[in-house]
Design a protein around this ligand. Structure first.
Ligand SMILES: [Zn+2]
Length: 154
């Protein structure tokens, strides 16, 4: 994590008495998002957690104790399982992305048919293929495992 990235991040945070509100771009569900290398977009609260606490264990989610989606205050963030997140979200009616493991927000629609992928999406799958398993990419993008495998091996 470079200092420059960290400063860029903090410049978009408004610290209130209770929460640190993300003033940058947000997802439709109200979570902050930030662009990192190669045009990848990650959740701002996950980014904040990683700056403050460290890498998020594989397959784990970052949950808000304050129930403010745009909050990036590390003290309000904790790591939980997919199950915790689903439970949390079903209670709050704002579960949207069934993503697992990493920071990808869902550039592609869930269960997107292979033949409708754009050039950019194919490039993204290939890029993810350098660091992620076929299974993880499939879960993140909604592209079938066999097609991810095919794209990555190309
Ligand atoms: Zn908060």
């Amino acid at each position: 994590m470079s200092d420059e990235m960290e400063n860029r991040f903090l410049a978009k945070v408004k610290k209130t008495e209770s929460c640190w509100l993300w003033m940058g771009a947000k997802t439709p569900t109200g979570y902050g998002k930030i662009a990192i290398r190669h045009g990848l977009i990650i959740y701002a609260h996950r980014y904040s957690y990683e700056i403050d606490v460290g890498p998020i264990p594989k397959g784990m989610f970052v949950l808000h104790s304050c129930d403010v989606p745009s909050c990036v205050f590390p003290k309000h963030l904790s790591v939980g399982t997919h199950q915790d997140n689903l439970k949390d979200a079903s209670l709050k009616h704002r579960w949207q992305f069934g993503k697992i493991g990493t920071w990808e927000i869902s550039p592609m629609k869930a269960k997107k048919p292979n033949w409708t992928l754009t050039k950019e999406e194919i490039a993204k799958v290939k890029e993810l293929g350098k660091t992620h398993s076929t299974r993880a990419i499939s879960m993140m993008t909604g592209v079938s495992k066999s097609h991810v495998h095919y794209l990555v091996k190309q």
